[in-house]
Ligand binder design. Structure first.
Ligand code: PMP
Length: 406
């Protein structure tokens, strides 16, 4: 199986030929094109965007503006002003819960999330419910971890104000039926909020066509830098919302007693923006576009399918979530009684990086009846040799623990 991109495109991987990086759901490695773009911004065009009347600042502003247009196009957002740069998915979802939520959610209203949410799409809604007196409801999953549309339909009603869900689960790799969820939410007059942290890096995202009201993603999970992410939202909703953070750049006029707000997207981008991060994210998007999202997806499906079948054949391995044909490039599993942290440590001694723990999804762990899992996640730079290393490491761990147990 060919990699979609070569390891030589990624300086960290090129410098560590033995490293098997299988933790891209946590963060991806960065291609040279992204590192070069960040460096080039600071070396050639660095000034504070929107602040200066001199040519250098105009260039910095232009590069930030171009980055927004490029990322918006990649995500299928035609109204570029409705693509807001944030620090990442967590901040994007907090922005919606705090700003839209406080303006629109009242005591007695209902907020619905699923049992598979990352804490970033769970805790802000839970806290909004506590603050407002709204009811926080959790839609339970099907046996294989999918969103149960019948159950969701039955839960929704005139009190429902928000349905918040992950497009792709970071633990199970389950891909949500976005259109159906949006239709159900809109059918009762609720908004649909989509956590796209694990979707934007792996699937073609068309925000406009999807119908979701808000979509959040993180640059660092899609070959981009840390500290930059996006929130896409519908203009009518964003225009009506109060700001999230206040300060420089996001104002129109500041009187002694009150202030008025700048137009979109600036209303939601208080303070000096992470312009270099945005430029880096735009470069990442360029790399993904060159590979093609269909090719990214096909590559991952092949890898996750092969890994699934080989791990499932090992005695004592339990894999969580749907079958190999129907998932994103994430594989959560346990190996007999071996604690996932021990497994990760043993794999690390084989130069294999996996994640172990609750994956910021404690409510889902409770539903799976485990305290933690191991998780291997695949991306454009992985290949068959990485699966060999994973499988060999898991077998070695199993062997070691069966000897200890004997
Ligand atoms: N949602 C999901 C599904 C995620 O996988 C993650 C990252 N693990 C987040 C939200 C939070 O992303 P960030 O830490 O980049 O804000």
């Amino acid at each position: 199986m060919m990699s979609a991109l070569s390891r030589s495109d990624f300086p960290l991987l090129a410098a560590s030929p033995r490293l098997v990086y299988l933790d891209s759901a946590a963060t991806t490695q960065k291609p040279r094109a992204v590192l070069d773009a960040i460096r080039d911004f600071y070396e050639s065009d660095n000034a504070n965007p929107h602040r200066g009347a001199y040519a250098l600042s105009v260039r910095a502003t232009q590069r930030y503006h171009d980055a927004r247009a490029r990322v918006a196009k990649f995500l299928g957002v035609s109204d570029t002003d409705c693509l807001i740069f944030t620090r990442g998915t967590t901040e994007s979802l907090n922005l919606v819960a705090a700003s839209w939520g406080r303006a629109n959610v009242r005591a007695g209203d209902e907020i619905v999330v699923t049992g598979a949410e990352h804490h970033a799409n769970f805790v802000p809604w839970q806290q909004l419910a506590i603050e407002t007196g709204a009811r926080f409801r959790i839609c339970e999953l099907t046996a294989d971890g999918a969103i149960d549309l019948d159950r969701l339909r039955a839960m929704l009603g005139s009190k429902t104000k928000v349905v918040a869900f992950a497009h792709v689960s970071n633990v199970l790799g389950t891909i949500a039926p976005v259109r159906e969820i949006v239709e159900l939410a809109h059918g009762v007059g609720a908004i649909a909020v989509c956590d796209g942290a694990q979707a934007a890096p792996h699937l073609t995202v068309r925000f406009d066509a999807s119908g979701v009201d808000f979509f959040a993603a993180s640059g660092h999970k899609m070959l981009g830098p840390m500290g930059i992410g996006v929130l896409a939202g519908r203009r009518a909703l964003l225009d009506a919302m109060p700001p999230f953070l206040t300060g420089g750049d996001m104002i129109e006029f500041v009187e002694d007693e009150h202030s008025t707000w700048n137009r979109l997207p600036h209303k939601f981008e208080a303070g000096t923006p992470n312009a270099a991060g945005a430029v880096g994210l735009a470069a990442a998007v360029g790399v993904l576009e060159r590979v093609g999202m269909d090719a990214v997806r096909a590559h991952e499906l092949a890898l996750v399918g092969a890994a699934y079948r080989r791990l499932a054949a090992i005695d004592g391995v339990r894999i969580y979530g749907p079958g190999p044909e129907d998932r994103s490039g994430v594989l959560s599993f346990n190996v007999g009684d071996v604690h996932p942290h021990d497994l990760a440590t043993i794999l690390d001694s084989h130069h294999v990086c996996i994640r172990a723990g609750h994956h910021c999804a404690q409510p889902l762990m409770r539903r799976l009846g485990v305290s933690a899992t191991a998780r291997a996640s695949f991306y454009v730079y992985n290949d068959d040799a990485d699966i060999d290393a994973l499988v060999n490491g898991v077998m070695a761990a199993r062997e070691m623990f069966s000897r200890v147990g004997a």
